[in-house]
Write a new protein. Structure first.
Length: 529
């Protein structure tokens, strides 16, 4: 009887450490792209629950498709050459996305689509293919790492754990380090460079076996690096839409002029944040800021002319703090601003003087919901809420619970004035917010300036207080030193009209920390061109 011949399993095409490196890096890059996707698209579509839902869904769908396609390829043509080609193509695609990403600032070509399909088209058009390609890496690596069928479970399990670790690392490093330090386009370029180098590394043995020689291989690698450097130089010279890019916003500034006075239109992502004239703090361009000035004058009159202690929820263009500083010397002006880059921009571009550099405007950086808890009871005569925009509304600042914090820091006769952007007849957020504020304050008034189309999206000022506003006095109040294009007067809508309006909107919910569907209430306006 012939002796049994033992055949040793063929060595794997990839060593274990090479496999771990490739899977970790692919998953790391996938999560980097996922987080960067939200920032890249923000100037065009804003940042909201719908934006992040679409980004996460598209990337996960791409990874799922990539896993399937990679599994099929692994069973038919698994080789180091295939893996190297996949990584090199991934790098090329990410390069193209980095080069083309600025075009999402003009999404009018997709304006024929409804909001959700438009979101899917924008996100999918840029980030689906990279996700598919990177999702195919892990199945290919697993196949190239196996020696024999019996160890498949252990290999797949280890690679799965490494993949998860790469995803976690990509999430934390991108959010805490890369975006604040480098900007979105440079990050995508870096991902492209990493993928290109990984592709060369994965196919090094295969390339070395081809009759190119070491010098040719070195030239190939050098060419890839030169391509990366050239693309980086082109991106650096390409004008970014952002004056400053922070972890929260793409901050943009446009210089305009009114009667010879230069002023700034400040935008965060696609949202107009405010107008301010660095050399003319008494100039209030936007109607709602003039209404805010009316509320301040009304409260000062109640105080017998004393300068008001005022808290601002949201700094933005710092227009109103500068106005109150100019017309009511001695005012205490405290600002809760989430983004230090917004304040730094206000200092450098808008001429704002904060407490740290000798001004009277004191800024607390951090989420307003947390910062307000550190403030004393009954410390303010006025609280202004200016953190809401047309489609970007921080829901946790709309709820009953936050309203109670505001009422706690107000003095008994203090006023809470909030800028809300919505339509009177068709809007769903405005009635919900008014109904919510009535759960906190016994008196809630709705203010508007000029005449308006009842279906038009416009600025409204909602005022909460412990006593009813004297409408006649507010509408006739003298506003010291105010300048504007066409000075507008606040109109207090009659309480009976507000009651009828709310009765027609019985389904408008009271917003609480447990239930605040703000994005759904704003969905009708989402992505309007």
């Amino acid at each position: 009887m012939a002796a049994a011949v033992h055949v040793s399993p063929a060595p794997p095409a990839l060593t274990a450490w090479m496999a771990y490196l490739l899977v970790f890096a692919a998953s790391f890059c996938t999560l980097v792209l996922e987080i960067v996707a939200g920032r890249v698209l923000a100037p065009a579509i804003g940042v909201s629950l719908y934006t992040w839902t679409t980004v996460i869904g598209v990337v996960l769908a791409g990874v799922a498709v990539g896993n399937y396609v990679g599994g099929v390829a692994a069973g038919r043509a698994a080789s180091a050459r295939t893996l190297a080609g996949l990584l090199l193509v991934s790098g090329l695609v990410v390069w193209l996305v980095a080069l083309l990403a600025r075009t999402v600032d003009m999404p009018s070509a997709l304006s024929v689509l409804d909001p959700v399909p438009r979101l899917l088209a924008l996100v999918g058009g840029f980030f689906l293919l990279p996700s598919v390609l990177l999702g195919a890496v892990t199945p290919l690596v697993a196949q190239l790492t196996l020696r024999e069928r019996a160890e498949a479970g252990a290999v797949v399990g280890r690679l799965g754990a490494v993949s998860a670790a790469g995803s976690i690392g990509g999430t934390f490093v991108t959010g805490f380090l890369l975006i604040p330090s480098f900007g979105t386009r440079n990050i995508m370029l870096g991902v492209a460079v990493v993928l290109t180098l990984l592709g060369v590394l994965a196919g090094w043995r295969t390339l070395a076996s081809v009759r190119l020689g070491r010098q040719a291989l070195s030239g190939l690698l050098g060419g890839a690096l030169l391509l990366a450097a050239g693309t980086g130089y082109a991106l650096a010279r390409d004008r970014s839409p952002c004056l400053r890019e922070s972890p929260y916003y793409c901050i943009r500034v446009d210089w305009l002029s009114l009667e010879g006075v230069p002023y700034v239109m400040l935008r965060h992502d696609r949202i107009i944040q405010g107008y301010t004239a660095p050399g003319a703090p008494r100039l209030l361009v936007a109607d709602y800021t003039q209404t805010f000035a009316d509320v301040a004058a009304y409260r000062v009159a109640q105080l017998g002319g004393a300068a008001p202690d005022t808290l601002f929820v949201g700094g933005g263009s710092y227009t109103l703090p500068r106005y109150l500083e100019a017309v009511y010397p001695g005012s205490r002006l405290d600002v809760l601003e989430v983004d230090p880059a917004v304040t730094e921009n206000a200092r450098q571009v808008l001429g704002v003087r904060t407490e740290e550099v000798g001004g009277v405007i004191a800024v607390r950086h951090g989420d307003a919901r947390l910062s307000i808890r550190q403030l004393q009871d009954g410390a303010y005569d006025l609280v202004y809420g200016d953190a809401f925009n047309d489609i970007s509304v921080p829901w946790h600042l709309t709820t009953v619970e936050f309203g109670r914090e505001v009422r706690r820091v107000l003095r008994p006769e203090g006023l809470y004035a909030i800028n809300v952007i919505d339509a009177w007849d068709t809007g769903r957020f405005l009635p919900a917010f008014v109904r919510t504020l009535r759960e906190v304050f016994p008196e809630v008034a709705v203010l508007r300036v000029r005449d308006w189309d009842r279906g038009e999206v416009a600025n409204w000022t909602v005022v909460g207080s412990n006593q009813r506003l004297d409408a006649a006095r507010l509408e006739a109040i003298s506003r010291p030193g105010l300048r504007g294009p066409e000075p507008a007067r606040a109109r207090v809508l009659p309480p009976a009209e507000v009651e009828r309006w709310l009765s027609d909107r019985r389904l408008a919910p009271v917003l609480t920390d447990d239930y605040a569907p703000v994005d759904r209430l704003l969905a009708d306006r989402y992505l309007d061109p």
